[in-house]
Design a protein around this ligand. Structure first.
Ligand code: PLP
Length: 413
């Protein structure tokens, strides 16, 4: 199950076991990881790799971040799961700190990102019926083409990725798709039953697609004017990835609801949340929504520590400065094996010249040079190292990319 030469027998055995007993819903790179520290991962044979995927931005704070690990260990020794049937000591401080980080009133914690999306959809519909006065069961939500919001039945209902949808219907109604970045198309779709516009401020899985500069401010204005909620899915773009706490900040825009996940769990466990003001989150009453694990003491302790790391602004600054360096170097590759570079901060989508091969073929070459990066679609490599990476490590990975492209070119003759 591997197309990379030189995989050791031990790794081959581990891969074979995975492929035999585990469902094949991913196409992993042929490397078996044993441990991680900072921006580095080590495989079971002791080979080291720079992690340029960061588990899709779940590991923004780096592997084994000492502050987050200590917060987890301290909480592990006390109590880990209580359910929300009782109050727990870390829960209050966590929701207060996260609400303050977002400049909002209230937090609804869940576990995975897609649960935050589902919760945001439920809240927007409830707000529509109870506050806006939308006719019951007629609410619609406007979504963007090429979105990625997760994999549940409702969320794939408004995906246009056929691989993610085929043979999983029937789908949930109530969603309308418009081209990403087109505020006129959104304005045309809004009617009296529209409760929300759901948007990624930068589309991650689509290939780190940055919308036109005017898009988010115009969307914010439109949503306010037409009494429609603006929901920003910052699950991948948020928490420092783009050089600010939220990608929306680059446009000076504040959404009505933030959807957060991935890095909120500090790279330790799944923690997600919907964050907004009381006029929306205050509509939830006991029994109307919930999750056994949402906001559990361990998640709250780690989530609080993650928020505290972001409060200083240091990581955002790092991401911004090192991101400029990353993008500057990547731009020099345009025309040299690279067709285009997109992104912000320590987040880049790099389109590989199809003449040199697929993005995946370049990812294999990166792997053999000690860099783990993942393709998205045919021609894009996504680069998203932990924000704790050093400039030297960053340069090492970019050098590996330059070298991988040179090798691909040499193979073409
Ligand atoms: C990853 C992601 C999700 C889904 O998060 P899961 O934790 O995998 O459920 C939703 N939205 C965006 C933008 C994402 O990148």
């Amino acid at each position: 199950m591997t197309d990379r030469k030189g995989v050791s027998p031990a790794q081959q055995a581990a891969i074979a076991q995975t492929e035999t007993w585990g469902a094949h819903n991913y196409l992993p790179l042929p490397v078996v990881i044993d441990s991680g520290e900072g921006a580095w991962l080590t495989d079971i044979d002791g080979n080291r790799y720079l992690d340029f995927l960061s588990a899709y931005s779940a590991v923004n704070f780096g592997h084994g971040n000492p502050v987050l690990t200590q917060a987890a260990i301290d909480q592990l020794a006390k109590v880990t799961i209580t359910s929300r049937a009782v109050f727990s000591a870390p829960y209050g401080p966590f929701v207060k700190a996260l609400a303050e980080l977002c400049g909002k009133d209230m937090v609804l914690p869940m576990n995975t990102g897609v649960e935050a999306v589902e919760s945001g959809i439920k809240l927007a519909r409830k707000w529509g019926y109870e506050t806006k006065g939308v006719e019951e069961r007629h609410a619609n939500i406007i979504v963007m083409a090429n979105n990625f919001h997760g994999r549940t039945t409702t969320v794939i209902s408004f995906s246009n990725d056929e691989t993610a949808r085929r043979n999983f219907g029937p789908f949930t109604p109530g969603f309308r798709t418009v081209p990403y970045g087109d505020v006129t198309a959104i304005a045309d779709e809004i009617d009296d039953n529209t409760v929300a516009v759901l948007v990624e401020p930068i589309q991650g899985e689509a290939g780190v697609v940055v919308p036109p500069k005017s898009f988010l401010p115009a969307l914010r204005e439109l949503c306010t004017e037409r009494n429609v909620l603006m929901i920003a899915d910052e699950i991948q773009s948020g928490l420092g990835r783009t050089g600010k706490t939220f990608a929306c900040e680059h446009s000076g825009v504040v959404p009505d609801l933030y959807l957060l996940g991935k890095a909120l769990g500090g790279g330790i466990l799944p923690v997600s949340a919907v964050v907004g003001n009381r006029d929306i989150l205050g509509l939830l009453h006991p029994g109307q929504h919930g999750s056994t694990f949402g906001g559990n003491p361990l998640a709250s302790a780690v989530g609080l520590a993650a928020v505290e790391l972001l409060k200083t602004g240091e990581l955002q600054q790092r991401s911004s400065e090192l991101g400029e360096h990353l993008h500057k170097r990547l731009r020099t590759l345009i025309g040299n094996g690279v067709d285009a570079v997109r992104g912000k901060g320590l987040w880049a989508g790099v389109d590989i010249d199809p003449y040199l091969g697929t993005a995946r073929s370049i990812c294999y070459k990166l792997l053999s040079r000690g860099v783990i990066a993942k393709d998205t679609h045919e021609k894009t490599i996504r680069l998203a190292p932990p924000l704790v990476i050093t400039e030297a490590e960053l340069d090492q990975a970019i050098d590996a990319l330059v070298d991988a492209l040179a090798e691909a070119r040499a193979e073409k003759g």
